[in-house]
Design a protein around this ligand. Sequence first.
Ligand code: SF4
Length: 342
Amino acid sequence: MAHNVDETTRFTSRETAQLQAEAATLRDLGWGNAISYSRKVFIPLTTMCRNTCGYCAFVKHPGQQGSGYLSPDEVLKIARNGERLGCKEALFSLGERPERRYPEARETLRRLGHATTIDYVIEACRLVLAHTSLIPHVNAGTLTEAEIAELREVSGSMGMMLETVSKRLMKPGMAHHACPDKSPVLRLRTIEAAGRLGVPFTTGILIGIGETFEERVESLVAIDRIHQRYGNVQEVIVQNFRAKADTAMAAWMEPSMRTCCARSPSPGWCSTRPSACRRLPTSTTASKITSPPASTTGVASLLSRSTTSTRSGRGRSCPNWPGARRRKATGWSSGLPSTRPS
Ligand code: SF4
């Protein structure tokens, strides 16, 4: 019998109900039925970055409009505006260590009185703490333990998406090529160092950038291992890739909602069913799962579910898959082996 289909998510109503029930069970196990959130204002301290992620629409290279650092006055103006609108948190989001790549970044930092971007982040956090009621949260990418210790004094929490544990994605033609800070080992070390120092940490995975289904699960397991040991992971974001104009992956296939949420690969995403390959029309974040206390996390069960994985080779020969055309035209590679699990 055909199910009712939710046109927004392409979930059947029965699947949506199942997903909601499972999510509610996990939430209740960890926290009861309370849902919390933080009202935050974003402060993009610098739009420059030494990495070149294929999907990034945030980064601006020197010479591009919008490239550079916010001044201390601009930081305070954004923070005060957020405070006036009811925000409680100042979320510093920025590119990673642009001073290691661009003379322009070094020169701007020098004029601001700093040698590194992290030093400037520390000053900006101090400013916000001194002049507003907001609590800084720092998303500054990979950090050393010493840097985390310094930032801990001026912030309430920190974050950095793990994104993936797949080193494969750093190869030429792939999403994280020429991205020294996207080394999975560096990112895991950052989350671990935060754990050792007792810093509440937000992290997560990115779905649809060329990773396999198994690699998604391995990424979640890696986060879970750190949380089991240190108990510091406060939130795990499951974020879907969105194809943005003027990025290297502008024509890359976006994952379906079913792929983002599935416990096993989507049988509907198939090279013989191009109608299943329409793009997601809605939000950039598929779902957020607040980590329950360490004792109740259950990534192991997800891992066991992943063994049901099938390899459909979805979309590879689909004429409606823009990634296929793009790849042909530009040499941009999915980087996947000959089979392509969800
Ligand atoms: S690390 Fe990647 S995603 Fe983040 S700002 Fe730099 S280029 Fe963009």
